[in-house]
Design a protein around this ligand. Sequence first.
Ligand code: HSE
Length: 325
Amino acid sequence: MEVASSSVSVIAGQPGEHVVVWGPGSLSNLGPGFDALGLCIQGLGDRVEAWRTETPGVTLVEANGLPGSTIPVDPARNTATVAAAAVLRQAKARHGVALRLYKGLPAGSGLGSSAASAVAGAWAANLLLDQPLPRETLVEAVLEGEAVASGSRHGDNVLPSLLGGLVLVSASDPTCYRRIPLPAPLAIALILPRVAVLTRTAREILPRQVAFQDAVHNASALAFMIDAFRSGDWEAVGRWMMADRIVEPVRATLVPCYEAVRQAAVSAGAFGCALTGSGPSMFALARDALHARQVLSAMREACLESGVEVEGYVTAVDFEGVRQL
Ligand code: HSE
């Protein structure tokens, strides 16, 4: 069941001793890193309030979304409840958990909305255990949560939201991952063009077969980009980020302002600009927060000139990941 509402009361309930958790949003793919690379970001995310119940299982007491948003309230289809239930199962808990979900991330934005809820639900359930489990042991639970939204187990949003920072994850086995250290802060301009892009559509239009040269090119582009991230060479990061030949050129067709925004960001001095996830959100890397504001303003203007309404933010890397507030 999906309910289109900004505030849905599912089951009446009152919290006793409760925890409040922040599940941060994330940028994913970053050009050539399709399903393999994600970056946790500050300021945008989902919030979960949770408390223990004597009845086993997970109850979604309330789901508050952004105006006009759609939140799955069936506990078997909501990423927060599925991930929380997986944690309770993993810990063999005898109690249950009730959740209130406050969505700050719009679904279908490319900012890891379903992942942020999954991670927040899992972390809340974990904090309510008699003996909380270490963060790294929740990978399976959050992948399970994310899978109910996307239909596949990919870790490029859930793992950065869980662990913080930049995470490289295997596209074929998302339990295999590595956190990539970033030696310096990174300023990010982020726009959310008001264009509907369904993740499912954005995955369906991808080619089933690719030219050998393009596959080889993308593999080396990702390798160079990871090396550039590790060494803080943002110019090289930006260059390789814009070098994807397989996924982004196809998805660009779904975002009418794509070319104009990229050009505007680069003309404003951004190191690079790309779609995040399946779009339509786009981000650009800048020298510092002041420069990111200038880049943002150029990106917004390009979007509006293309006839697309837009929201924009300046953000930075969240190195901590999911946390209790
Ligand atoms: N890597 C995924 C994609 C992220 O690009 O389809 C969206 O969930």
